[in-house]
Design a protein around this ligand. Structure first.
Ligand SMILES: Cc1cc2nc3c(=O)[nH]c(=O)nc-3n(C[C@H](O)[C@H](O)[C@H](O)COP(=O)(O)O)c2cc1C
Length: 372
């Protein structure tokens, strides 16, 4: 296959911590809600194997415990069958020449009692309910108001992430990505709109970042910092989870991460292309905030959010990004990396109705590659 002009930065190899990547195209983590019993199945194997041309696949958000579950048909990595199911996925991706990390997820309050063991209420930093719906057996339902985790329960939450990371190694993953973005449990601890604690895990920016950093350190100690990455979405308000000063908050987190030899920091910078170009005040604030947070980090930086092949290549060429994550384009283009390399046209975007669940294999594993 011939190479499109000027894609050499995106297609240069990369040592990402302990993981050697063939190129710098990263498949961003995407929930697809197609595993009814939370165990990866044959379609999951096919879906990820089709995308093995990425330098690195980051899986859909995968729960670290039954307590971490928040909606139907999302996978976990806390029991033996799940480890076995994921092993089939990682084997298939490795056979295709790719590398794969699992995104480790605890939904916190973005959950419903029906998704919790014994139908108990979900947990969060504080008993602050979100104005949020989640997908249950009955369709979209309001989330169940959470209870605050007791301080003596917090080591158990850290342990859930450690056990899940160890399970990931058993399942053959190359790395893990700790999900600290998108309004889930770790974001709920970090942001002052959801954290009203008065103990060591609330109040100051240092205290609110404590749980996330404890998890980074404990996971790094268990599986190696060179196999440990983290994702944040600092300037976005997701699932009603907001902060009064996200630039200060996440600049602190990132400067702490910068002192740790982690494999990568993955940042969802924006979720709407119009934000990057619109020039309105909020959009400019968003972009300026992302810049400041990015400048606080000198390790491997995976930039994500509305990148094209050309803008990704330019971001790497300028030294802004080490690698670039692609989300939606990977849904409809299983061979996205090969298409970017060849300068080939992309398939029509997927219908958002097929993003999650119900459709089964439709809109999941039925997008043609170039060769097809
Ligand atoms: C269907 C769908 C599911 C997603 N699920 C997750 C997820 O599980 N974890 C996560 O961190 N981000 C998730 N995201 C966000 C993507 O990783 C990515 O940040 C976002 O799509 C922006 O990248 P893009 O502009 O290349 O699509 C999801 C996005 C989509 C479209």
């Amino acid at each position: 296959m011939s190479q499109a002009p000027g894609m050499e930065h995106l297609f240069s190899p990369l040592q990402l911590g302990e993981v050697a990547l063939g190129n710098r195209v990263v498949m961003a983590p995407m929930t697809r809600a197609r595993v009814p019993n939370r165990i990866p199945n044959t379609s999951t194997v096919t879906y990820y194997a089709q995308r093995a041309g990425a330098g690195l696949i980051i899986t859909e958000a995968t729960t670290v415990s039954a307590q971490g579950n928040g909606s139907v048909a999302t996978p976990g990595i806390y029991n033996r069958q799940q480890i076995t199911g994921w092993r089939r996925v990682t084997d298939a991706v490795h056979e295709g020449g790719g590398k794969i990390a699992v995104q480790l997820w605890h939904t916190g309050r973005v959950s419903h009692a029906s998704q919790q063991p014994d139908n108990v209420e979900p947990v969060s930093a504080s008993a602050v309910a979100g104005n949020v719906l989640t997908f249950t057996e009955n369709g979209f339902e309001p989330t169940t108001p959470p209870r605050a985790l007791a301080v003596d329960e917090i080591p158990g939450v850290v342990e859930q992430f450690v056990q899940a990371a160890q399970n990931a190694m058993l399942a053959g993953f190359d790395a893990v990505e700790i999900h600290a973005g998108s309004g889930y449990l770790l974001d709920q601890f970090m942001r002052d709109g959801t954290n009203q604690r008065t103990d060591d895990y609330g109040g100051s920016v240092e205290n609110r970042c404590r749980l996330t950093l404890e998890i980074v350190d404990a996971v790094s100690a268990a599986i190696g910092a060179g196999r440990t990455g983290i994702r944040i979405s600092p300037m976005l308000v997701t699932w009603d989870c907001s902060d009064s000063d996200p630039v200060t908050l996440f600049s602190h987190l990132v400067s702490e991460l910068n002192q740790r030899p982690i494999a990568f920091l993955d940042v969802l910078e924006r979720n709407d292309a119009s934000i990057a170009v619109s020039g309105d005040d909020n959009a400019d604030d968003n972009e300026a905030g992302v810049r400041r947070i990015r400048e606080a980090f000198s390790g491997n930086y995976i930039a994500n959010g509305c990148y094209s092949g050309a803008s990704a290549n330019a971001a790497i060429a300028s030294g802004y990004a080490t690698a670039v994550g692609f989300g939606r384009d990977y849904i409809s283009n299983p061979d996205l990396a090969q298409r970017l390399l060849a300068g080939a046209r992309l398939n029509a975007p997927a219908d958002p109705i097929d993003y999650y669940g119900d459709g089964g294999d439709k809109g999941y594993i039925d997008f043609p590659s170039l060769a097809e």
